[in-house]
Each structure stands twice: as structure tokens, then as C-alpha cells.
Design a protein around this ligand. Structure first.
Ligand code: C5P
Length: 253
């Protein structure tokens, strides 16, 4: 199992082309070492964009939010974990593990997919990692989208989803910073919490409804803060990143 370090920022590469993605990776690596590739970019570029991040030295959070029958999710998670391995390398598995890059360190599934699907996701990741002698990527479950409005049951629903994730052997959950504190309290320090919906200035929320600042998310116990538009659309993305990293490093003080 991989170890958790201090809270880290993940840049959501929500762009349409390999060139745009490469522009942001070249500009921000190594200040940012973790990059989220979601459905927008992966649909456009596929594994090539994962390889681009890996070649640079970055790690990929492959956020494809699988929600399908257990068999499909089992194999999709297995493929995702080893996405940059050429077919001939898969055949010789363990022997070449030190020579190849495995950039995907985390993937997502929708907890709404249910127990059998979540079990399949955890099993798919564990079995593929064992087969190839590689580190198992973290599998985290999406509780509720941060674009969904809060209601009186939100916290209860997120905690129930987190319980299902835990029971199924997932490594953690994606939830808003507003529920993170309670999730951390109930599930302890080894349960991964990923929080999107981070905004430097809470007035600018785009389509996100349940937002928080970097400091609030860290205080609530988040391990990974996913940030997209506040950096991608900033007049000076490098300066904006430095400011957000300043908030991150200063958050414990
Ligand atoms: O641009 P912004 O910072 O809002 O981007 C947030 C990112 O986090 C998007 O890529 C979105 O797909 C993702 N995400 C989310 N809410 C979740 C899970 C993932 O906003 N519950």
C-alpha cells in the first residue's frame, strides 16, 4: 500500500488537447507533481496523455468515475493501473518492473454503483498489482458530486457512502471539504479524502456548490485537493499556483 504524505494539490487538467495539457504540465511541474486526467481529456487523447505526464515525472489521478457492471469495472480498473505498459511488457510482468513507469496512482469509481461493483474495483486493482509486482493504485469512491446542492441529508449520505467504500476495501472517498472533517473523524487517518470544489475566493464558484478554500480543506483533513479552473483560467496560472501552495504550506500554522 502506498503511503500518504502531507496534503497535496492535484491539478485537474480539464482541457481538450494534448498540447494544452502539456503546456500546463511543463509550466507547473515540479511545483505540482500530481495531475488529474478526467473524462474530458481522456476522451480526447487517451493513454498518450497519461504517458506525457509520466514521462515528465508527474503522477496521474485517472478520474474516470467508473459506474458499470462489476465485470467491466474489474477489468477497467486493471487496465487503468497499467495504462502505460506496452502489451509485450505485460507478458514479462515482474522482471521489467523497474524499467517502466506506472504513472496512475489513483482512480475513481461511483459509490452509487453498489457493493458488488465496489468489491470488483478493489479486487481488480489488487489482483493486477500483484500479477505485475507493482504498487496498487489508490481506488477512491465518489460520494456526492461537489456540484450538487447541499441538503439536510448530505452529511448522512456521504457518511453512508464512505462506510460502503470502506466495507468494500476502497482506499477512501471523494467528498467536499464540508463533509471531510466528519469523514476523517469517523474513518481515521489512513482513509484517503480527496476534495474538489476548492476555490481561492469563495465568491467565484463556477458550477460548484459546496466549495472551500485550501486552508479550510486542509483543516478539515483532506489529503488531496483537486483544483482546476482557479489555476487553468487564472491570468497567471504559475502565480496562482504559487499562491495556492503558499496557502497549503501555511495551512498548518
Ligand atoms: O475546475 P474545478 O476546480 O471546479 O474542477 C474540479 C475537478 O474535480 C473537475 O475535474 C471535476 O470533474 C472534479 N470532481 C468534482 N466533484 C467530484 C469529483 C470530481 O468537481 N465529486
Amino acid at each position: 500500500m502506498q503511503r500518504l504524505s502531507n496534503p497535496e494539490i492535484i491539478l485537474a487538467l480539464d482541457v481538450d488537447t494534448l498540447e494544452e495539457a502539456k503546456h500546463f504540465v511543463d509550466l507547473l511541474y515540479p511545483k505540482i507533481k500530481l495531475f488529474k486526467i478526467g473524462s474530458q481529456l481522456f476522451t480526447a487523447c487517451g493513454p498518450e496523455v497519461v504517458k506525457m505526464v509520466g514521462d515528465k515525472g508527474g503522477k496521474v489521478f485517472l478520474d474516470l468515475k467508473f459506474h458499470d457492471i462489476p465485470n467491466t469495472v474489474y477489468y477497467s480498473i486493471g487496465t487503468g493501473s497499467t495504462i502505460c505498459i506496452a502489451p509485450h511488457q505485460v507478458n514479462i510482468g515482474r522482471e521489467i518492473k523497474d524499467d517502466i513507469v506506472f504513472p496512475v496512482f489513483m482512480m475513481t469509481v461511483h459509490i452509487k454503483g453498489g457493493r458488488a461493483m465496489l468489491d470488483a474495483a478493489a479486487k481488480g486493482a489488487a489482483e493486477k498489482a500483484k500479477e505485475l509486482g507493482i504498487e496498487k493504485p489508490f481506488i477512491v469512491g465518489v460520494t456526492r458530486l461537489t456540484s450538487e446542492k447541499d441538503n439536510v441529508d448530505t452529511l448522512k449520505e456521504v457518511l453512508q457512502a464512505a462506510q460502503l467504500a470502506k466495507d468494500s476495501g476502497l482506499d477512501g472517498v471523494v467528498c467536499s471539504a464540508l463533509e471531510a472533517e466528519e469523514v476523517r473523524k469517523v474513518y481515521g487517518e489512513h482513509f484517503i479524502i480527496v476534495t474538489p470544489g476548492i476555490r481561492p475566493d469563495k465568491a467565484v464558484t463556477d458550477d460548484q456548490k459546496r466549495t472551500a478554500t485550501v486552508k479550510e480543506a486542509v483543516k478539515a483533513g483532506s489529503n488531496f485537493l483537486v483544483i482546476g479552473r482557479p489555476i487553468l483560467k487564472a491570468p497567471d496560472p504559475l502565480l496562482q499556483t504559487e499562491e495556492l501552495l503558499g496557502d497549503l504550506y501555511g495551512a498548518g500554522n
